[in-house]
Design a protein around this ligand. Structure first.
Ligand code: ADP
Length: 184
């Protein structure tokens, strides 16, 4: 499913984000930037060890040794990936919804898109941030993701945004949310 927003596109696809050829892919990272399981592990494996080296450097120099805060984003190269850049963002862990989870998830999408635009990136693919190990309910996460992306695209010319879903079930949930959003 693909829609046009203010001269930009937003597309939902099913598949492996590490195979995407967009200018950038987004990693659902952990605050240490040292790699983890799920999509984070898959991206590090596909990109090769140089990605971890650059992540360590970003952590040391840009973040002055601190963790990357939830909702924030940083950029690195893509190394062995087809994508030239990886944008790493840390999604919120779902604790029931009363701990700013919704706002923090929206921040992930907005900050990643702003960082992409600042780096002249014209196409970007997102995984479904926080809905794996971090247990954010997919229905709610899909509404927040799509609303945040639409809000950003409505502000100006960016390019092409893809949501790369990893299962038919997730794709179906994002599709329902997108259908609802375009009807509003
Ligand atoms: P989080 O810790 O933010 O919840 P996960 O990596 O556990 O991150 O899961 C986020 C989403 O990424 C899940 O929907 C998971 O199925 C999906 N995912 C895992 N591997 C890939 C991949 N190679 N490409 C796209 N999505 C993936």
């Amino acid at each position: 499913m693909k829609i046009s927003i203010n001269g930009n596109t937003l597309e939902l696809k099913i598949g492996d984000i590490t195979k995407q050829t967009t200018d950038a892919i987004v990693n659902a990272a952990i605050g240490t930037l040292l790699g983890g399981g799920g999509v984070d592990g898959a991206i590090h494996r596909a990109a090769g060890p140089e990605l971890l080296e650059e992540c360590k450097k970003v952590r040391r120099d840009l973040l002055e040794g601190e963790l990357l805060a939830t909702g924030k984003a940083v950029i690195t190269g893509g190394y062995n990936l087809a994508s030239k850049h990886v944008i790493h963002t840390v999604g919120p862990v779902w604790h029931g919804g009363a701990n700013q989870e919704e706002k923090l998830l929206a921040d992930c999408y907005r900050n990643s898109l702003q960082l992409a635009a600042a780096n002249n990136i014209k196409s970007i693919s997102f995984p479904s941030i926080s809905t794996g190990v971090y247990r954010f309910p997919v229905e709610l996460a899909s509404e927040i993701a799509l609303r945040s992306i639409r809000e950003f695209l409505n502000e100006g010319r960016f390019g092409d945004v893809t949501m790369m879903l990893f299962s038919d079930i997730d794709f179906g949930k994002f599709q329902s949310s997108l259908e609802k959003l375009v009807q509003q």
